[in-house]
Ligand binder design. Structure first.
Ligand code: AMP
Ligand code: MG
Length: 347
């Protein structure tokens, strides 16, 4: 039987010695969520999550953003999901996808309202071994935002202020909950550290991790670099070979994308991905072809680009991962009331 490492006998408990737990055991615990949800720890997590959501919304409204409703299904969805599978549904005889992210729709909305955000539900059938990262779910939510005519550095600045505002609010409004969870949440200082993807690769290599310059940072290395710092930090300028067709290639630096990730400290790993968007039809078609995508599948999106959309930049921050970080939880499935864990059938 496949084994994975997990902390303590109750998989919520954070500070105890690790022990080996198999998938059956995780499934058993997930099946008993109707009990777990009544525990003081889980109640605290859910209260903190409620405050996180209020804080995010307050921050964005105060900064001129309009909340829009996210799509759930559509003829196409984000293909840049690192080995996860999309889920198809039958829509009156047409094969529709459940959103893996609403990126394509954000480009539509931002041409109308200039600063938009949505709480967007996503389904991605992550490979079942991703359970071992402790930060992958098969169903999760992104707080997705997009800003017309913004640079990627403008958006990183918004991300920084948003994370700081939210941590500050949680420290004030959720003192009791943090105490019960034994979480000493620090409010990060500004500005956050920034390193290019190339610098991150060099740092990881110097510590003995195998990372290729042209690739995404593998999950194990992502956790390792996250452990090297005690405040959140940015990795920016990813190589074009690592990402989807919608992250914009720098017109002055061939092969470099104007994009970024925010990485939580303490081993919590990736928080945010975002960047400037390709918005010109010919550029997008060329990028699709080089990524092995069939432009035919993207009918409405390409028609929209043909008429012209606003240049934009934006990001998505995973709500459950943010909750996990704020509460200091070992596993992401303790940061959501009804978790869908990769490869595990549960309520
Ligand atoms: P992506 O565009 O794929 O980087 O997704 C945007 C953000 O959503 C990530 O930075 C994470 O915070 C979150 N996210 C992505 N995939 C997952 C997953 N499988 N489970 C939980 N959160 C995720
Ligand atoms: Mg990402």
């Amino acid at each position: 039987m496949e084994k994975i490492y997990i902390e303590a006998d109750q998989f919520f408990v954070i500070h105890r010695r690790p022990l080996v737990m198999d998938r059956q055991e995780i499934r058993r615990l997930l099946m008993e969520r109707y009990r777990r949800i009544k525990d003081p720890e889980m109640r605290s997590v859910l209260r903190v999550q409620d405050e996180i959501l209020s804080a995010l919304r307050d921050f964005l409204r105060r900064n001129g953003f309009v909340e829009i409703l996210a799509p759930i299904i559509g003829p196409v969805t984000d293909p840049g999901i690192r080995g996860a599978k999309q889920v198809s549904v039958d829509f009156y005889g047409h094969g529709f996808k459940i959103m893996s992210s609403m990126i394509l729709y954000k480009q539509m909305a931002v041409s109308s309202l200039e600063r938009v955000f949505a709480l967007s539900p996503n389904v991605r059938l992550e490979p079942s071994e991703s359970i071992e990262t402790g930060r992958h779910l098969s169903e999760f939510r992104q707080l997705d935002l997009e800003v017309a005519n913004a640079s990627y550095f403008d958006i990183m600045d918004i991300g920084e202020r948003m994370v700081i505002y939210t941590c500050r609010r949680i420290r004030e409004a959720c003192r009791d909950e943090l105490l019960l969870l034994e979480r000493d949440l620090k409010v990060p200082s500004v500005p956050f550290r920034k390193m290019t993807h190339e610098e991150a690769v060099e740092l990881l290599r110097s510590e003995g991790y195998k990372v290729n310059k042209g690739d995404e940072i593998p999950w194990v290395a992502e956790e390792a670099i996250s452990r090297m710092f005690d405040e959140p930090f940015w990795i920016y300028d990813y190589p074009m070979t690592a990402r989807g067709f919608y992250d914009r290639e720098d017109p002055k630096r061939s092969g470099i994308l104007m994009d970024f990730d925010l990485i939580y400290p303490e081993g919590f790993g990736e928080a945010i991905s975002g960047g400037e968007r390709e918005f010109q039809l010919e550029r997008v078609m060329a990028r699709m072809r080089s990524n092995g995508e069939d432009p035919e599948a993207y009918g409405w999106y390409l028609e929209m680009l043909g008429e012209g959309v606003s240049p934009s930049a934006g990001f998505g921050i995973g709500v459950e991962r943010f909750t996990r970080y704020v509460c200091g939880l070992e596993k992401i499935w303790e940061a959501v009331p009804f978790p869908k864990v990769p490869g595990i059938v549960s309520p």
